[in-house]
Design a protein around this ligand. Structure first.
Ligand SMILES: [Cu+2]
Length: 141
């Protein structure tokens, strides 16, 4: 490696390191939320996916705004998607539900209202029916 190439190589490494340090620092507000903070969920809901059906827990999915809630999803057969949608159809979040493992997601809802759960991963001809309207009720207290 020539001296000029070595200088560029070192410069690229420094830039890559600086970029990572800047974007991963806990001083950036969203990073502390995303990477460095493990909030204790107020509630946890287990959702099962099997035979192209979304099986919710017996208890209603009632959540308070500004409290952390954990969704734990298990698939008994193929890969599904757990998508949560607002009343206007926009997506709040989604995660893949892989078989043979517990898929967990922690979320904090800002807005009260009813939210729909829908499979967001194509799982066969019955996939479009994998919708539970108003499955989650989020209230301010
Ligand atoms: Cu599906």
């Amino acid at each position: 490696m020539e001296k000029k190439e070595l200088k560029w190589f070192i410069a690229l490494i420094v830039i890559a390191l600086a970029f990572n340090i800047i974007t991963l620092t806990p001083l950036i507000p969203w990073q502390s939320w995303l990477l460095w903070n493990r909030p204790e969920p107020d509630k946890s809901f287990s959702i099962t996916f099997e035979n192209n059906e979304i099986i919710l827990p017996e208890t209603e999915l009632q959540i308070q705004t500004e409290k952390y809630v954990e969704f734990s999803a298990v698939s008994k057969d193929v890969t599904y998607g757990l998508g949560v949608f607002r009343e206007d159809g926009t997506m709040v979040f989604q995660m893949q539900v892989l078989p043979a493992r517990e898929n967990k997601f922690v979320w904090k809802f800002d807005e009260p209202g009813f939210y729909t759960i829908r499979s967001t991963e194509y799982s066969g001809p019955k996939h479009p029916d994998m919708v539970i309207k108003n499955a989650i009720k989020v209230s301010t207290q």
